[in-house]
Structure formats: C-alpha cells, structure tokens
Design a binder for this molecule. Structure first.
Ligand SMILES: Cc1cc2nc3c(=O)[nH]c(=O)nc-3n(C[C@H](O)[C@H](O)[C@H](O)COP(=O)(O)OP(=O)(O)OC[C@H]3O[C@@H](n4cnc5c(N)ncnc54)[C@H](O)[C@@H]3O)c2cc1C
Length: 481
C-alpha cells in the first residue's frame, strides 16, 4: 500500500454538526484546518438524517434549562458541562441563522418565555443537509480543507500528546498519515451496534474505540438511548424471561449518551485532543431532552474549534512514528488478503447479538450471554475480510464496534439499576443511594481500567427521583420564571 503524508495545524475528524462547527471556529481563529470524513458530503450521517430540532431557551431561562438537563440526566450529567451547555444553547439559533441556515421557532417559546424547540426548515431523512451544506461552505470560505471518504483507522500519540492519525483512502486504498498540532474528535455515536436502529449506516463508534485504544477516558458508555413505544414500556419492565421474542420487534437504538470524557473546554485527557458531539459523554448522563444533541454538537464543537486553534499557535508538528504507520499498513494488508469471514457478515452477527442480549431487555443473564457471543466473535479480529479498499471501511467498523460492545456490556453489568434510558429488567428501579455515579473506563499499559465515581454535582443536589423513559425526553413542567 502506497502511503501519503499530510501535515496540518488543526485536524478535525468528522463532518457532522460538531466537526463542521469546530472547523469553522478553528479556521476563523486563523488555524490551518483539515477535516477528514469517511463519508462524502451528501452521504447521510446522523446530522443529515436528524429531524432537525434544537433545544431552545430564552436567555432569561438559562437556569431553568440547566435544571431540566440535570434532572433529565438522572443526575448523572457533569453539571459543569451542563452549565456551559445551558449558557450557550440559547445562542445557537442565532449563530446558525448568521450562516444562512433556515430555522423555525416551534411553540413560539420565546413569546411565552419558556423552553422550546427551534427546527431546521424541511422534513424527511435529509433535513440536516441544509445545515451541513451551509456549514461546510462557510468552513471552506475560511480556508478549511476537506478529505472525504477517508477512513481514519487509528490515532497516534507521542509522549501522551496527540500527534496525528493514520487512515485509508476508501477509493484507491492508499494509506494516509496525517500529523497535526491539535485535533477535534467529532466522529459521532455508534447506534449501529444494535440490529435495530434509526441511525444511518456509519454510526459505528469509531472515534470512541480509537480514542479508548489511544488512552482516552470514557464515561457513561452503558447509557444508550433506545426508542420504544411508550405504551409498551410497562410491558417491557414486566418481562420475566428476557429477551421476549415479541418485544424484540419494537424500538431501536437512537443515541449514545456516553462517550469520551471532556471538560468544560472540550478537552479530553489526551493532551491536544478535544472532542465534541455524540462521540462525547458527560453532558446528558442517562437521558437527554429532545433537540439537545444538535445544540450540544454546536456548543462544544465551537468550543473545541476555538481551543484547538489557540494551542496550535504554540505547538510544532512532528511526523508520525514510522512504526505506527507500518503497523497500520500490515493490519490493512492482512484484511485485504484474508480469506476469513467477510466484514458485513461479522458485523451482522455482532449487531444481532447486541440487540438481543444487550439492547432494550437487559438482565445479568442476557448480558452474560452477550459477553459469550462477543467472545465467539473475538477470533475474527485477526481474520476479518475486506474484498477491496471500500470494504476496509466495513472491516474497521466491525473492529471498532466489537471494542465498544465489550465496554458497553461490561458497564451495563456494573450498573444494577434503571435510570433514564438505561434499563435493567432485573433492577427496574433507580438507586440514588448507590448509582448517582458515573462509570469511567480507560486503558493503562494495555490493561482495561474501570472506576465508579460520584457524578459532578456542582450546583444541584441531592438527586431527585430519576425519570425512566425511551428516546428523547420532553421538557419537564416549567418552574415559574
Ligand atoms: C433519525 C435521527 C433523528 C434525530 N433528530 C434529532 C433532532 O431533531 N434533534 C437533535 O438534537 N438530535 C437529533 N438526532 C441526534 C443528532 O442528529 C446527532 O446526535 C448529531 O447529529 C451528532 O452529530 P455529530 O457531529 O456528533 O456526528 P455525526 O453527524 O454522526 O457525524 C459524524 C461524522 O464523523 C465521520 N466519521 C465517523 N467515523 C469516522 C472515521 N473513522 N474516519 C473518518 N470520519 C469518520 C462521519 O463520516 C461523519 O461525518 C437525531 C438522530 C437521528 C439518527
């Protein structure tokens, strides 16, 4: 495989809402920006397929928005992140309108001085294209460059600092080595891990898996939001022998509430690496309000873009270590030469197992079965087949999904309660005494590490009784202004 090297100041992985806003802000601040996406500009990512609602709050209701996000999260949200979100979300609609994005205010929220939803104009599975097209055009005007249909396969760190990435051009199979001074990870969530989902193909948690392998800390990975008909939820919690065949036909995975741990400046624990959007965790805990995901992607995408531009001014790029690039070359050449299981077949087995045993109807028993199913898939790590360069994407996605599946199953076994969108049928009630806590996961010296820590309750405490529900939650009844 031929290898081409690039160098940039700010590297943005992902061209959904979070990545595009990060690119705009970094370029606006004067940085040389390169955006890499495994999809083309018209291919449907989550931002493009979104219904298009954004959380909206009048400036006077910031504290109310803060309370609603924290309570909806079941008090798992990091309240310092929610502070940032609640203060900036009210400005998102105007920010986007300034780029020419057409938005409608629903419910006339502003007039009633209440929380509401601002929606992208349009309907259907490509509503968000109006948003991504405008944002990309603005990023390009500011000088940002785009590499489309390039799949990043691993992140490279040097002495604990992000140094760049290795990827593959899916059109011609050339290996790319990209060095950078700073990076924004905005690769979205991974709801395609489950056999049933409303997410478009490609939501495969690549960033979460690659970041974990590079030493990043993850939080709340067990918190995946599932759609499920409200009138069947009681029936679900009454299931005695999970999984119930009839109920497996309902619902689907919608949103990753967990992901990379970030701080108020969108920094991860890897020096120089920032993250934003659905690939992160901590802002929403166990459940989120409808419209909050897009607003979050814009708020933290903008923050990450600005911050990376600042540190890019102070740093040098070093080329990537040859050893790392060679390792990636060997890995991909092996997949291309393999006579083993085709990647799409391996992925289907994984998705079926995760939906059946680790989806809506989780118990200790089903999760342990999920673990055994994952063990059976583990040998495919060294033997999954990509018939051509385009199928390298399928193969790499399978490996990323398998990594994240293991983490989700492990974290789901630990959390012995139900809260927000996290449901354990053998522990159907919330347990504030023991579980108003976050599960953190990372690797150290090649070994998996787990810590259960008190959630950051910098303002609102003690936790109220958490809500339990499906999908995105509606606003709570408002308190008086
Ligand atoms: C059907 C549906 C409706 C929704 N409706 C709403 C709504 O109305 N309101 C709301 O707030 N939220 C909604 N959501 C959720 C919201 O759309 C997403 O959470 C949000 O768009 C995520 O944005 P993002 O930028 O983080 O990631 P995405 O938009 O998913 O973008 C991820 C990007 O990363 C790139 N990428 C991933 N892996 C790699 C890799 N290995 N190498 C290179 N590039 C990579 C992809 O190509 C893509 O460009 C909806 C989601 C769905 C599925």
């Amino acid at each position: 495989m031929e290898c081409i090297s690039f160098s940039t100041e700010v590297l943005v992985l992902g061209a959904g809402a979070a990545g595009l806003v990060a690119a705009i802000e970094a370029a606006q601040s004067g940085a040389k920006v390169l955006v890499v996406s495994k999809m083309g500009p018209q291919d449907t990512n989550c931002t493009i397929s979104a219904w298009g609602g954004f959380t909206y709050a009048p400036e006077s209701r910031v504290h109310e928005l803060f309370r609603q996000v924290v309570e909806t999260s079941g008090y798992l949200a990091n309240q310092r992140l929610v502070e940032v979100f609640a203060h900036r979300a009210p400005k998102v609609a105007q920010y986007l309108a300034d780029f020419g994005v057409a938005l409608d205010v629903l419910d006339e929220a502003d007039k009633k001085n209440q929380l509401g939803i601002v929606k992208l104009r349009g309907k259907g599975r490509t509503t968000g294209l109006a948003l991504t097209t405008r944002l990309r055009a603005r990023a390009e005007e500011l000088g940002a460059k785009f590499l489309d249909r390039v799949m990043v396969s691993s992140l490279v760190t040097e002495d604990g600092r992000i140094a760049g990435v290795v990827g593959v051009d899916l059109a011609d199979g050339k290996l790319l080595s990209i060095s950078t001074k700073a990076m924004v990870l905005a690769t979205g969530g991974g709801a395609c891990l489950y056999g049933r989902t409303d997410n478009p193909a490609g939501a495969t948690a690549d960033g979460i898996a690659m970041a974990y392998e590079a030493g990043a800390e993850l939080v709340d990975l067990e918190c995946v939001s599932f759609q499920f008909p409200a009138n069947r939820l009681d029936g679900l919690f009454a299931v005695k022998n999970a999984p119930d065949e009839g109920l497996l036909r309902f619902g689907g995975a919608h949103y990753y509430l967990g992901g990379l741990r970030i701080d108020e400046r969108a920094r991860t624990n890897i020096d120089g690496m920032y993250a934003a959007g659905e690939t992160t965790g901590g802002v929403f805990g166990a459940a989120r309000l409808g419209g909050a995901a897009l607003a979050d992607a814009v708020v933290f995408g903008a923050m990450a873009g600005k911050e990376t531009a600042i540190i890019a001014m102070e740093r040098q790029t070093n080329g990537l270590s040859r050893a790392h690039v060679e390792r990636e070359r060997r890995r991909m050449e092996k997949m291309l030469a393999s006579k083993g299981t085709p990647a799409p077949e391996a992925t289907e087995r994984l998705r079926a197992a995760m939906w059946r045993y680790a989806g809506t109807m989780k118990t200790r028993q089903t999760l342990e079965q999920a673990g055994r199913e994952l063990d059976a898939l583990e040998p495919l790590r060294g033997d999954v087949r990509a018939a051509n360069p385009a199928q390298l994407r399928d193969a790499l996605e399978f490996l990323n999904l398998l990594t994240v599946a293991r983490l989700i199953v492990a974290a789901s076994l630990l959390r012995e309660e139900s809260r927000g969108c996290f449901w354990r049928l053998d522990f159907p009630k919330p347990d504030n005494a023991n579980w108003a806590r976050n599960i953190h996961m990372w690797q150290s010296g090649g070994k998996a590490q787990v810590a259960v820590r008190q959630s950051v309750m910098s303002r609102l405490t003690p936790p109220t009784q958490p809500r339990i529900g499906a999908g995105c939650f509606p606003y709570l009844p408002p308190t008086e202004p």
